[in-house]
Write a new protein. Structure first.
Length: 117
């Protein structure tokens, strides 16, 4: 009986994610979904899956692909960049929202020290 490919990928991926994430299996499952949703070529998907299980991040090495598919590497990595970042680091939009910063002009708060001579 062959192992479940999703489960096998998560088993191989999770040790790389465990030191960084509270739920490594969720990150690995999300990465796998992102790759299968965005990449149509089976050879490239296989190379990406291998890259994650060998290095802990989606990686494409020219040595893992036939030379005629090398031109697809850059477009593939661009296509999976956004979903990969969301999987690994969350949406991030909430983290980028800065607290209110008043516009330039007269300060609204009194100075901490009186600097008048």
């Amino acid at each position: 009986m062959m192992p479940d490919p999703r489960g096998e990928f998560i088993r191989l991926c999770a040790p790389f994610m465990a030191p960084r994430y509270a739920h490594p299996e969720t990150v690995c499952d999300c990465l796998r979904n992102a790759m299968f949703d965005r990449v149509d070529d089976a050879d490239i998907v296989d190379a990406l899956l291998y890259g994650v299980t060998e290095r802990g991040v989606p990686t494409l090495n020219r040595g893992w692909l036939p030379s005629e598919k090398w031109p697809l590497i850059e477009d593939t990595m661009t296509a999976i960049a956004e979903p990969t970042m969301q999987c690994m680091f969350g949406n991030g939009a909430e983290q980028r929202i800065q607290p209110y910063v008043p516009p330039d002009g007269v300060p609204t708060m009194p100075p901490v020290q009186d600097l008048t001579p």
